[in-house]
Design a protein around this ligand. Structure first.
Ligand code: I3S
Length: 128
């Protein structure tokens, strides 16, 4: 887990509000529980924060709040899905450890940007 003072500012690639639910932990299925999450892409990790309240992508700074959890993107897989939710604009993120998350936004362009940016990080890590 990334501690709140450990996020190197220069590695912050993207931050914003998405709907999130974890659907598996270590390959074991979990009950869905959608909630808004402040999502930050930094270095090799996707970091989730609670209670985004008045955050905006430009005002968010590392150290503002404590991360809820983080995901190592090395070896992770992204897939758009129409089957795993009735919501639109949903993609699944699966980590090498078998943790699975669904991420969603009502805004098409926004979710596409997230998908592309996360995929670029995964591709970069694959080449290392
Ligand atoms: O895959 P599911 O079971 O249809 O997912 C829905 C449930 O998680 C539901 O909660 P309850 O289990 O308390 O009924 C959520 O409210 C829904 O949002 C979930 O479906 P969507 O299609 O929104 O992912």
């Amino acid at each position: 887990l990334l501690g709140q003072k450990e996020i190197p500012f220069n590695e912050l690639e993207k931050a914003g509000l998405l709907n999130k639910t974890k659907i598996a932990e270590g390959g074991k299925k979990l009950r869905k529980n959608w909630s808004p999450s402040w999502v930050v892409l930094v270095g090799n990790s996707l970091v989730f924060f609670k209670d985004p309240k008045s955050q905006t992508p430009s005002s968010w700074k590392p150290g503002n709040s404590r991360p809820e959890s983080s995901v190592d993107l090395r070896g992770a897989k992204l897939h758009w899905t129409n089957e795993l939710s009735s919501k639109k604009n949903v993609f699944k993120l699966r980590t090498v450890t078998g943790n699975e998350f669904l991420l969603q936004s009502e805004t098409d362009s926004l979710i596409r940007e997230w998908y592309t940016t996360i995929q670029n990080v995964i591709d970069r890590l694959d080449r290392e």
